[in-house]
Design a binder for this molecule. Structure first.
Ligand SMILES: NC(=O)c1ccc[n+]([C@@H]2O[C@H](COP(=O)([O-])OP(=O)(O)OC[C@H]3O[C@@H](n4cnc5c(N)ncnc54)[C@H](OP(=O)(O)O)[C@@H]3O)[C@@H](O)[C@H]2O)c1
Length: 338
């Protein structure tokens, strides 16, 4: 099999395509021939040496794939052979074949391409957990989605629109037209303006009911201050630290020092909630995640979930794919194809 290996910590030249013997599925497992694998911001942070959950290097990153079931282990239903599927992988997904537990995969919706299907698990499960499960967003409430033009951001926008919320989103200005066409009510240019002032004007000083913040550090404090009464802040990433080498380490340390501390009495008196999410720490709850995934796949069937794949890069172009995200060029998902 062919895999994208992060050979060590560093710049994109540490990414190499390497050959390995094919794995064999064990009991309750299947082997999938991969058609597309998702690229996530975590893969970049891992390459930069800033992702605590990263496997030890050299490693193969990749949390999600789409493909076709090609071999079955013991105890797996025979009719699954040849089925097009989408699956979650606990690393190792950026490979042209993977072995996964049968319960980690789902039938690929027919109306999606393999590339679109590979864009589903991480982005949509994250957005679903943040908005529906932990954030409890309701019709008529308001949500601020930071980095609304990114992979998780666009997924969050679809879910929030379906709920019937008023949507605010920060994004680089080049993405605003696209976001408006996808239904974002209020795009905010956070690169050239203070987004919190703009939000204050737009909400007549009240703030919003739910904020999704993957930036981290001092930014969480600023987001917290932008909540309305009964508002909730979902914290789920520290992209503020993204950089290669010593700069990345310094930025991560700065982000850690600047993180807010929430006092129970402050939360109580302001009627606010804060929560965190790390989807990568949900592997011991497969039934819960499967329920979320089924709700998302129902959304695909009903037509209101439409994953947007910005670009597909070949495995050999993995470095360019990382740079595309790091340079903020992506709108929605970037996938890797063998
Ligand atoms: N905790 C979890 O379970 C979980 C799961 C998935 C993702 N995440 C986090 O969610 C965030 C989004 O992930 P994603 O995979 O969907 O990626 P993404 O949003 O597609 O990532 C790239 C986009 O992020 C924005 N961005 C903000 N700060 C940036 C920086 N310092 N460097 C580069 N881009 C930056 C840029 O868009 P604009 O400039 O247009 O805003 C860029 O286009 C990441 O922080 C990731 O770690 C967390």
């Amino acid at each position: 099999m062919k895999q994208i290996v992060t050979t060590s910590t560093g710049d994109v030249d540490v990414l190499k395509v390497q050959a390995q013997p094919d794995p064999k599925p064990g009991d309750g497992e299947v082997l999938i021939r991969v058609k597309a694998a998702g690229l996530n911001f975590a893969d970049i942070l891992s390459r930069q040496g800033l992702y605590p959950d990263s496997p030890r290097k050299p490693c193969v990153m990749g949390y999600e794939v789409s493909g076709v079931v090609d071999q079955l282990g013991e105890g797996v239903a025979q009719e699954l052979l040849g089925t097009p599927v989408v699956a979650m992988t606990r690393f190792g997904g950026q490979s042209d074949c993977v072995v996964v537990k049968a319960m980690q995969m789902f039938e690929k919706p027919q109306r999606l391409t393999f590339e679109q299907a590979a864009a589903i698990p991480v982005n949509y499960l994250t957005a679903y957990a943040l908005i529906v499960v932990l954030g409890s967003l309701h019709e008529g409430e308001s949500i601020l989605i930071h980095n609304a033009g990114g992979g998780v951001g666009l997924a969050a926008l679809e879910i929030a629109k379906q709920i019937g919320a008023v949507t605010y989103g920060t994004a680089s200005p080049s993405k605003h037209e696209f976001l408006k066409a996808r239904g974002l009510d209020h795009p905010i240019d956070y690169r050239n303006q203070d987004w919190s002032e703009v939000l204050k004007d737009l909400t007549r000083g009240r703030g919003v009911d739910l904020i999704l913040d993957p930036i981290g550090g001092a930014h969480w404090k600023k987001s917290y201050a932008a909540l309305r009464h009964t508002g909730r802040l979902g914290m789920f990433g520290v992209s503020a630290a993204s950089a290669t080498g010593v700069r990345g380490k310094v930025k991560m340390l700065t982000a850690a020092i600047q993180m807010p501390r929430f006092h129970p009495l402050g939360l109580l008196n302001k009627n606010r909630g804060v929560f965190g999410l790390n989807l990568g720490h949900m592997w011991h709850e497969p039934e819960k995640v499967a329920t979320w995934m089924k709700a998302i796949l129902r959304g695909v069937e009903e037509g209101w979930i439409n994953p947007h794949v910005d670009r597909a890069f070949r495995f050999e172009e993995a470095g360019a794919a990382h740079q595309y995200l790091e340079q903020r060029k992506n709108i929605g998902k970037v996938v890797l194809v063998p």
